[in-house]
Design a protein around this ligand. Sequence first.
Ligand code: ATP
Length: 303
Amino acid sequence: MTNIIEAVHVNKNFNGRSILSDVSFSIKEGSINGLLGPNGAGKTTMIRLLNGVINPNSGTMKVMGYDPKSEGDEIRKRAGIVTESAALYHDMSAWDNLVFFSKIYNAYDPKRISYLLDQFGMNDKKDQLIGTFSTGMKKRITLAKALLHKPSLLFLDEPTNGLDPEGINDVIHYLSRVNAEEKVTIVICSHVLHQLETICDSFLFLKNGRIIEEGTRSELEDKYLKEIKLLVETGLKPENRQTYMGHVYERKEADQLEFTLGSKEDITPLLSGILNESWVHSCEITNRSLEALYFKIRGEDHE
Ligand SMILES: Nc1ncnc2c1ncn2[C@@H]1O[C@H](COP(=O)(O)OP(=O)(O)OP(=O)(O)O)[C@@H](O)[C@H]1O
């Protein structure tokens, strides 16, 4: 897979204060990427640099083969951006908003507008005023707006802010569909980690303007999760109160045991052993969430 974004030794200062320092990373075409970090880490600044809205103090970037510093227009023609402030006109209908923005993007195509409204489940509301929509409905129209010109790259800055769990699931679902169907590469900035774990192929962790870690979920797991907590719903009653088949366990509920294992390779033999003696209704790795990884990564960064 080719890289659609490359950033090499990028530095950005505001008023003499370093906001991004020595940031280097690449993003593969067709992937979904989480740009993670606490408030103020520099995520939005990075997105603005990649779109050529602001320039770096030093370093080089290539986005879809273009240099954001001198060819920002070419990038913005081919990229969609969803920010919190991405405005829609509240006194215009969903349809009229999309027509208006598609004309600005020079991409007016009623079929595309209908298609997007359909994809986002908003076709039956197309004639309603945006001002009457819930936050989740506005978010869907904002996403449709960002996709009007069939971008190759989509930047999303905190796309789930203000949404309830159902709205968050909807957005995640739409994004994975857009990625699969239109082959759009997606970069999502967020500080809410657990929402991203199901859809991102790889992650970049930013802290105090520096990349402190990057990789795919499994690369990060291999590096940071040295032990596995496996919660098993089973009728097993081990004779030994502390260990079973050499693995330490803790009883969590009457029918739940949590085992501490050295690696994923221990799971199959453990479950076979349990199944020889009793039933198993479910099992789950409990320390594998992105949140757990994130804190582990931050904990191991001693800058
Ligand atoms: N135009 C600007 N002028 C001066 N300082 C700025 C400017 N834009 C951003 N900053 C500062 O840069 C730092 C990083 O901001 P940025 O918005 O990139 O962080 P972020 O990771 O997106 O945070 P959040 O999750 O809160 O959106 C902050 O300390 C912010 O105050």
